[in-house]
Design a protein around this ligand. Structure first.
Ligand code: MN3
Length: 210
């Protein structure tokens, strides 16, 4: 079964004013759809057909640049749409394991935001900033270039991403032009913390830490 564009769980306009409807329409309907089509073309007739995207990414150093760029693009955008919440519904609260983990590993939400923003604004050119969980259940922040991500076997670190921000200009230029820091600040208002916490729990099958 070929990879497919996942359904968006909200309307294009649902993230306004943080992310405008036109940006969402192009980003989802053109950029992400393009990664899916190009990924399917790149793996058609190869041993990668039918494999899970996570497994493809875990051995991506052995595959073509097309698989790396489009496989990463598909995974990254699928994660991105899922961790965004319609305006006014973002809910960070102490019932969530991700809340407890952020307090434990960063001390406060503000300190997490400061470090995440530094990674997002410090990523030169196109790429992503990530909040990841390592194999000891500890959170850490990192950034990657282009459509690379923490699951790939091309990094100097190992972790499972639970939150990510797309800092390619196509993600914010219509609204923010060159003001990436403003886009990152606004992003914090539309995070779906339930989904982030679910991804955090799923990355730690033991789940006994809290
Ligand atoms: Mn993008």
């Amino acid at each position: 079964m070929a990879f497919q564009l996942p359904e968006l769980p909200y309307d294009f306009a649902a993230l306004e004013p943080t992310i405008d409807a036109k940006t969402m329409e192009i980003h989802y309907g053109k950029h992400h759809a393009g990664y899916v089509a190009n990924l399917n073309n790149a793996i058609a007739g190869t041993a990668l057909e039918g494999k899970k995207i996570e497994d493809i990414l875990a051995s991506v150093s052995h595959h073509s640049a097309a698989v790396r760029n489009n496989g990463g693009g598909h995974y990254n955008h699928s994660l991105f749409w899922s961790i965004l919440a319609p305006a006014g519904t973002s809910n960070f609260n102490d019932k969530l394991n991700i809340y407890k983990a952020i307090m434990r590993d960063f001390g406060s939400l503000d300190e997490f935001k400061a470090q995440f923003k530094a990674a997002a604004t410090g990523q030169f050119g196109s790429g992503w900033a990530w909040l990841c969980v390592d194999k000891n259940d500890k959170l850490f922040i990192c950034s990657t270039s282009n459509q690379d991500n923490p699951l790939m076997d091309v990094n100097s670190f190992e972790g499972t991403p639970v939150l990510g921000i797309d800092v390619w200009e196509h993600a914010y230029y219509l609204n923010y032009q060159n003001r990436r820091p403003d886009y990152v600040d606004a992003f914090f208002n539309i995070i779906n913390w339930q989904e982030v916490s679910k991804r955090f729990n799923d990355a730690n099958p033991g789940g006994s830490m809290f």
